[in-house]
Design a protein around this ligand. Sequence first.
Ligand SMILES: Cc1cc2nc3c(=O)[nH]c(=O)nc-3n(C[C@H](O)[C@H](O)[C@H](O)COP(=O)(O)OP(=O)(O)OC[C@H]3O[C@@H](n4cnc5c(N)ncnc54)[C@H](O)[C@@H]3O)c2cc1C
Length: 243
Amino acid sequence: MGDRRETRDVVTFVVKRIDDRLVRTSLPGQNVTVRLRMPDGVLQPRQYNLTRADDGAHRQFSVKRVEGGDGRPPGEISTLLHDSVDVGDMLTLSLPYGNVVLDDSGRPAVFASAGIGITPVAGMLSHLAQVESRPPITMLDADLEEAVFPLRRQVVNDVVELPHAELYVWYENDAHGIEPVNGVFHGTMDLSVVDLPDNAIYYLCGPLPFMRALRGTLLTRGVVSDDIHYEVFGPDLWQADLE
Ligand SMILES: Cc1cc2nc3c(=O)[nH]c(=O)nc-3n(C[C@H](O)[C@H](O)[C@H](O)COP(=O)(O)OP(=O)(O)OC[C@H]3O[C@@H](n4cnc5c(N)ncnc54)[C@H](O)[C@@H]3O)c2cc1C
């Protein structure tokens, strides 16, 4: 592993290739499976979204620590990654895969994330910044406060680099921030306070109630369901298109 960066409950790992095998280039929004051996010897796989545009040599992903409580044990793999994996360790990653990927037809894009749901959209935004994309991009994020906005620095830098990108944030605890964003609001995400581009494609990632609420609002506004993509961090028990 090449690098490790940490905020309060999220660690970002930058994994560097150490062999010459051909690897598939990741598409923006895809994820990898990380496989770790548990102390009891069992191999456990977990999925993590890639959070940086592919540079051919590195894979970056961010992991939220899953805390225990109310009779639930702490998450096995997230705890192991947080507490035991450091620079210089070897990790086994799968090829990149996943169907929720960035549409490259040049239409405006709106990203809406909450908490660790920032990961797939950060990967897409990073790709758009890398290719110096010009269509309008609106990034919407909801978190408890600025200090726990995962990948905040990277996301802000990418938005600043893009010529037609805007960033709006909602913080539940307070509406203060030091980052250069277009709007900071107090509370939970509310689409009525921002102008969204026409003919946009939407990408949602966050807790299911968050995505349900946003999708409902977008459908009410006339956005067609084919233009609303979402990533679920677990089995897709929602299957919004079948509702
Ligand atoms: C497509 C996809 C992309 C993802 N991308 C990301 C990402 O970018 N970043 C990220 O952080 N996560 C991501 N995830 C989630 C990630 O794959 C893991 O699910 C997450 O890290 C938790 O794994 P864990 O091993 O720590 O928890 P687990 O050990 O799998 O536990 C999960 C939950 O089950 C509870 N639990 C376990 N055993 C019991 C029990 N006996 N009784 C009651 N409760 C129990 C735990 O308390 C915990 O709340 C993604 C998931 C998917 C499917």
